[in-house]
Design a protein around this ligand. Structure first.
Ligand SMILES: *Cc1c(COP(=O)(O)O)cnc(C)c1O
Length: 222
């Protein structure tokens, strides 16, 4: 058995069934992705538009692709026809473009707002204040083709588990605040994408509904 297939089987046994596992396949060849698909897993994540659109034609059409990396607005059109969810919406402009491209393709594109929760300055995302401002403007109601399904965050890359937990906890609290304030009647605003190979256990304890796992499944990337 392919190592990724056995790893994902073992991994799925350790997480609650209610949690969505995005298998992060960046840098992984299509042959290996196909084996994992054939073993029954159909949700994969890529962080670059270019890499995703190169791989997609070689893989089955019913894969649910998740975009998890920062993207430029002018690239949205390449994935709008098929993308299942964009986790990395980090500006109002990008959200607007996704909405337009969704409209053109006659589909509703699931989006998560990426919040910058880490100490590092290099990670993309809205600040908490910026997300709040976005909702205060209250024009997101007109975005019929970009559906805000929740939030995404990446914790600081550190061995300090308390810090990671603090960052996830704060994001989860903010998620519940937004849900209560703006989405109390929405069945869609329900996803909290947080947790990677190094910190998913903490993320699950803090309420993650989606985890994005690469190296635990596919092995260390080069
Ligand atoms: C690469 C990546 C992951 C997965 O990382 P691992 O540590 O290999 O699990 C998760 N989220 C994002 C945004 C990534 O770019």
């Amino acid at each position: 058995m392919n190592y990724a297939v056995s790893h994902i089987r073992d991994f799925l046994l350790t997480i609650p069934k209610s949690v969505t596992l995005v298998a992060v396949s960046k840098t992984i060849p299509v042959e290996i992705i196909r084996e994992v698909y054939n073993a029954g897993h159909k949700i994969f994540g890529e962080n670059k538009v270019q890499e995703l659109i190169i791989k997609k034609p070689y893989l089955p059409d019913d894969i649910k692709w998740h975009m998890i990396g920062h993207m430029q607005s002018n690239k949205v059109k390449f994935i709008a026809p098929f993308i299942n969810m964009i986790h990395s919406v980090d500006s109002a402009k990008l959200l607007g473009v996704i909405n337009n491209e969704g409209l053109k393709n006659n589909r509703i594109i699931n989006c998560l707002l990426q919040v910058h929760i880490a100490e590092e300055e290099t990670k993309y995302g809205f600040s908490y204040d910026e997300v709040q401002q976005l909702f205060n403007k209250n024009d997101n109601a007109s975005l019929n083709n970009a559906r805000i399904c929740g939030l995404m965050g990446m914790a600081t890359f550190t061995d300090n588990k308390d810090q990671v937990r603090k960052e996830f906890k704060k994001l989860a609290e903010f998620f519940h605040l937004l849900k209560h304030s703006y989405f109390s009647t929405s069945e869609y605003f329900r996803e909290l994408s947080m947790g990677m190979s190094g910190d998913y256990k903490i993320a699950l304890e803090e309420g993650a509904t989606i985890i994005r796992i690469g190296s635990v499944i596919f092995g260390k990337r080069d």
